[in-house]
Design a protein. Structure first.
Length: 89
């Protein structure tokens, strides 16, 4: 099943490196401001809007292999009235 999720980062450097790595690997991603309800990050997150759980595992594995640190991986818990609730995975 396709999911919407994001990776929050500890630093802008890691967020930009992760975006570059994901795009060069063929994944569709968008670098966005970290949502307000996710506070433990640098302010930038990588949004995946149409990925499977297997792709999520492959992406986090690739980040580890390239020494890119992240603050957390979050999934959309629910959408209501245009707002999304994120849950740490």
């Amino acid at each position: 099943m396709k999911e919407e999720w994001l990776v929050a980062f500890h630093s802008t450097h890691h967020a930009i490196a992760a975006e570059r790595l994901a795009k060069s690997s063929g994944w569709m991603v968008e670098l966005i401001p970290t949502p307000r309800d996710i506070s433990a990050s640098c302010g930038l997150s990588l949004l995946f809007t149409d990925a499977t759980a297997l792709e999520r595992e492959a992406i986090t594995r690739k980040l580890k292999e390239n020494n890119i640190l992240w603050a957390g991986v979050y999934m959309v818990q629910k959408k209501a009235k245009g707002q999304k609730k994120w849950q740490l995975q």
